[in-house]
Write a new protein. Structure first.
Length: 175
């Protein structure tokens, strides 16, 4: 199964306004296990090959304004696995990742550790003329971001705090 991230995604952290995020270009191929009696298949994505675009001035806005040039937030997936329901086309994924704030490629802040479940909350099915189809999904995940131990970063972000991701993606079969 192929998961491809799309535009119109968003991220929230603590009391900050919503980050609008164009995640186009991210994704990867998942390995599906056999179908059980309830139509559920296990799915596993390799974190070595799964791509998540960094947040930067090119693809992320806050209050309608692009992020400051020189500011990048890398997302490094550590675990991305779960289940796919073949009857409802819904995904449930365990997601663990590190978010790394980088300033001008010189300064790296301590890693933010994210541990959440991403669940399908909305979907639309599309079919192409050649009988290929994909399902557009909105996945949502919430996580408590723990303190990093870095005084300035913890206070700036008011850690620990809640973070929410709303990710738009397409799911399709591949050969």
């Amino acid at each position: 199964m192929l998961l491809e991230s799309q535009r119109d995604s968003s991220l929230y952290i603590g009391n900050f306004p919503k980050f609008l995020y164009n995640a186009t270009g991210g994704g990867g191929k998942g390995i599906l296990g056999p179908v059980n009696d309830m139509g559920i298949r296990n799915i596993y994505f390799s974190t070595e090959t799964f791509s998540i675009p960094s947040l930067s001035w090119r693809n992320t806005k806050i209050l309608g304004i692009p992020l400051m040039p020189g500011l990048e937030i890398k997302i490094v997936p550590k675990i991305l696995q779960g289940t796919f329901n073949t009857i409802t086309n819904k995904l449930y994924l365990e997601f663990k990742a590190e978010f790394i704030l980088i300033l001008f490629s010189l300064v790296k802040a301590p890693k933010l550790h994210i541990n959440t479940s991403l669940k399908t909350i909305n979907q639309n099915k599309y079919a192409f003329d050649n009988d290929k189809s994909y399902v557009s999904q909105m996945l949502i995940g919430r996580s408590i971001v723990p303190k990093t131990g870095h005084f300035l970063l913890d206070n700036f972000l008011s850690l620990p705090c809640e973070a929410t991701a709303e990710l738009i993606c397409n799911l399709s079969e591949f050969n």
